[in-house]
Design a protein around this ligand. Structure first.
Ligand code: GLA
Length: 420
């Protein structure tokens, strides 16, 4: 992968590291070393375009300015949430008939995207934009297919920092070549832009197995599967997809290239307090991009606390970048485990472990495991901390110790086991 501004650096670094590493030419833009964090409008605001009826919700300059302001004033920015991303429905239905350029909706974005980008950048945040590889976006606005070079240039001129490229109205068989091509065109502009690809989600839909090596080389993140909706059912379907397919998905995540289970939906209508904790914990185990989609003005304090939980964000952003896996299922309790730092001198990982209850039988369910059973074998044991009760240090456990946790119905408990 190439650094956009420093194409000269590639042969030099190949020379330096060539004996040790293989030298691949792809997207390497130095971005997304940890999973991107931010806010995107789609799950909560969809394609609301009637600004008269819904002035606070319609897809307009106001919505994104308001959320850039809220990210900062409500403390999300200092917790790491950085990208403000416009999803679908920001365009006019036609390109400019002289220049062929994309045109942001004239009434809803009256000052153009540069002015919005300035506002977002002025808040210390970054600016993301949605487009589609096909003839049209999923909501029917013009896509990039016949104008890829022009659109990549236009994005750079609009000071875009992150591009989500969807895959509606496109030939799936063109994607394996077309998505990398658009990535190259983005790079060629010289402006660093995180590149989020939807190509595997469309291949999966057709029963094709995505080429993860190519994805890693050409995209910073990629949507693996279905869109998230505002319900526990939707969250659990995604979690199940990641659990069932982990052998082929999990190994491909790492610094610069991430699997994307879709947006965080806590703060909306569908999840209870416990279910909100569950989504946050599993997204952290999955090394998922933490892209919220909610109305930040009305997120209740206890949900905001979950979204801003520094210990859990640290798990998500762990520098090793190893995606976690579902390692056990017992009595309808799932155990999800992610290797994280610190790593001991003997190369034993620390772990973040989430216990997810699929039970609905009323009382919180108590369950006991020997640490060994969870694959925690460090001879000097672990110091254990409850990540949802930051003041609670549970003390030292050896690999032979019994560890008991009590999980609420449709809930989660989440711990850090620090290897000693
Ligand atoms: C697809 C994507 C969603 C969203 C919509 C917009 O369904 O998967 O994330 O971008 O299109 O139309």
């Amino acid at each position: 992968m190439l650094n956009m501004n420093k194409t000269w650096a590639l042969p030099f670094s190949c020379l330096l590291f060539g004996l040790l590493l293989s030298c691949v030419q792809g997207l390497e833009n130095g971005l997304a070393r940890t999973p991107p964090m931010g806010w995107m409008h789609w799950e909560r605001f969809r394609c609301i375009t009637d600004c008269e009826k819904y002035p606070d919700e319609c897809i307009s300059e106001q919505l994104f300015k308001r959320h850039a302001n809220l990210l900062v004033s409500e403390g999300y920015a200092s917790a790491g949430y950085e990208y403000v991303i416009i999803d679908d429905c920001w365009l006019e239905k036609d390109r400019d008939n002289k220049t062929n350029k994309l045109v942001p909706h004239l009434e809803r974005f009256p000052n153009g995207l540069n002015s919005l980008a300035d506002h977002i950048h002025g808040k210390g945040l970054k600016f993301g934009l949605y487009q589609d590889f096909g003839t049209n976006t999923c909501a029917g606005y013009p896509g990039v297919i016949d104008h890829m070079a022009l659109d990549a240039e236009t994005f750079a001129n609009w000071d875009v920092d992150y591009v989500k490229l969807d895959g509606c109205y496109a030939n799936i068989s063109d994607m394996a070549a077309g998505y990398p091509e658009f990535g190259r065109l983005l790079n060629r502009t010289g402006r660093p832009m995180v590149y989020s690809c939807s190509w595997p989600a469309y291949q999966e839909e057709e029963g094709q197995v995505p080429d993860y090596e190519s994805l890693k080389e050409h995209c910073n993140l990629w949507r693996n599967w279905n869109d998230i909706d505002d319900s526990l059912e939707s969250v659990m379907q995604i979690i199940d997809y990641f659990g069932k397919n982990q052998d082929r998905i999990q190994p491909h995540a790492g610094p610069g290239h991430w699997n994307d289970p879709d947006m965080l939906i806590l703060g909306n209508y569908g999840l209870s307090y416990d279910q909100s904790k569950l989504q946050m914990a599993i997204w952290a185990v999955l090394a998922a991009p933490l892209i919220m989609s909610n109305d930040l003005a009305v997120v209740r304090p206890e949900i905001k606390e979950i979204l801003q939980n520094r210990d859990i964000i640290a798990v998500d952003q762990d520098p090793l970048g190893i995606q976690g896996r579902r390692v056990l299922m017992k009595k309808q309790i799932e155990v999800w485990r992610r290797p994280i730092t610190p790593v001991t001198l003997q190369r034993e990982y620390s772990y973040a472990i989430a216990f997810v209850s699929r039970r609905a039988d009323g009382a919180p369910y108590s369950i006991t495991f020997k640490l060994k059973e969870l694959g925690l074998l460090n001879v000097d044991g672990y110091n254990v901390k409850d990540l949802y009760a930051s003041d609670s240090n549970l003390g030292l456990f050896s690999s032979d110790s019994l560890f008991t946790t009590r999980v609420n119905p449709n809930g989660v408990t989440f711990y850090k086991f620090t290897a000693l």
